[in-house]
Write a protein that binds this ligand. Structure first.
Ligand SMILES: *Cc1c(COP(=O)(O)O)cnc(C)c1O
Length: 368
């Protein structure tokens, strides 16, 4: 980990976003934030203490992430989007022992979980995942009733929930979401004694009819919109700022160039700053010659190709720049040119990928 790169993670922004989402769904709907991939790169270690008192559960992708939450002392609902049927036996057993809710989407997965429950001597908790059109993990909707019966007949396995996932909730055209929604409703058990859930961030914000008993927002919790099609209906605050320090400032004469491939030619006598971050740290290489960073509140364009652990920025127009000055690589101000959403557009990707990539090599600190 590079201790000279800092991801400052805002506790107050996270609290604000959770409060906004709570207001949207009302008090009778559970809020279960998605914290997979180390909280979308924001860092579970720093965010767990902020989250823990404010939410009704956590959703993760992998069994190991689920067990890590128990290690932190979390006793509530932990929903694992995968089950451990392809994992080691010890992991399968521990999930049951620790009361992790696993996802069942096939009879194979069910059989594995049941075997673990028998070995451990404790009931395994499961949610059934139904594929209503996303075409990814989940039992096809027409086989859902059959699998529900199989789970009920299975000693040692407790069906506590049922869910689906939308493919297009962040798009302006809602027809595919409504088709998925109708199909989901058609497979829900009539008595509704189990937790039904469907909504990701986009659906939580834009489609109240998808809230059911619980919502599973991810990206919105961290303060970004799933896509620009969502407009500015809710006021979210980005939680992540990434900063570095200038490690060198040099003069490059008119006609000089910088970086691999010498892709940028300076058209005037210039001062260039070297920033110790690159694509190895998750700063996308295709931001080269496109993005800006900010120094002393002013914009410095990224010039030349981003290297693995360094890049060059043009500081000619910023007076008094010195080695050691703070470089704001990613701003937590949603209006800044270097906010996560804008960088995602420039890099041709989505905000999720920007924050996830930056998560791994950087020191995370909790601020305010
Ligand atoms: C990642 C994920 C979510 C959260 O999606 P966002 O768009 O980040 O809100 C919800 N449900 C499932 C099944 C997921 O995999």
């Amino acid at each position: 980990m590079k201790n000279y790169l800092t991801a400052s993670i805002s506790a107050s922004a996270l609290r604000h976003n959770i409060a906004v989402l709570r207001r949207l769904v009302g008090s009778s709907v559970k809020l279960c934030p998605v914290v997979k991939d180390d909280c979308y790169g924001h860092g579970m270690d720093v965010l767990y203490p902020v989250f823990s008192g404010l939410v009704d559960g956590f959703a993760v992708a992998s069994p190991i992430e689920a067990l890590a939450l128990r290690q932190k002392g979390y006793a509530g609902l932990v929903l694992c989007f995968l089950s451990a049927y392809f994992d080691d036996l010890e992991v399968q057993d521990e999930l049951v022992e620790k009361g992790i809710t696993q996802t069942v989407m096939s009879k194979t997965a069910l059989a594995t979980i049941q075997t673990a429950a028998i070995r451990v001597g404790k009931k395994a908790l499961v949610h059934l995942k139904v594929d209503t059109g996303m075409g990814r993990l989940g039992v096809p909707a027409r086989q859902a009733a059959d699998l529900i019966t199989a789970i009920h007949e299975c000693d040692g396995v407790d069906l506590t929930g049922i869910y689906t996932h939308f493919a297009t909730a962040d798009e302006a055209d809602r027809s595919a979401v409504f088709q998925q929604l109708e199909l989901f409703k058609s497979v829900l058990p009539k008595d509704r004694k189990i937790i039904c859930h469907a909504a990701n961030s986009a659906a939580t914000i834009n489609l109240p009819e998808t809230h059911f008993d619980m919502v599973r927002p991810g990206i919105a919790v961290y303060g970004c919109r799933a896509s620009n099609a969502l407009g500015n209906a809710v006021d979210l605050k980005p939680c992540m700022e990434v900063s570095a320090k200038l490690i060198a400032v040099k003069h490059i004469p008119k006609g000089g160039r910088s970086g691999y491939g010498l892709t940028h030619e300076y058209t005037r006598d210039s001062r260039v700053g070297i920033v110790p971050i690159g694509y190895g740290d998750g700063y996308f290489r295709n931001l080269s010659n496109q993005a800006v960073v900010r120094i002393n509140g002013m914009e410095a364009p990224v010039r030349g190709l981003v290297s693995m652990d360094q890049m060059t920025v043009d500081v000619t127009d910023i007076p008094g720049v010195q080695v050691g000055d703070k470089v704001e690589v990613i701003s937590s101000d949603p209006r800044a040119p270097n906010c996560v959403e804008n960088l995602a557009v420039l890099a041709g990707t989505i905000p999720y990928e920007i924050t996830c990539h930056l998560g791994h090599n950087i020191r995370h600190v909790l601020v305010d």
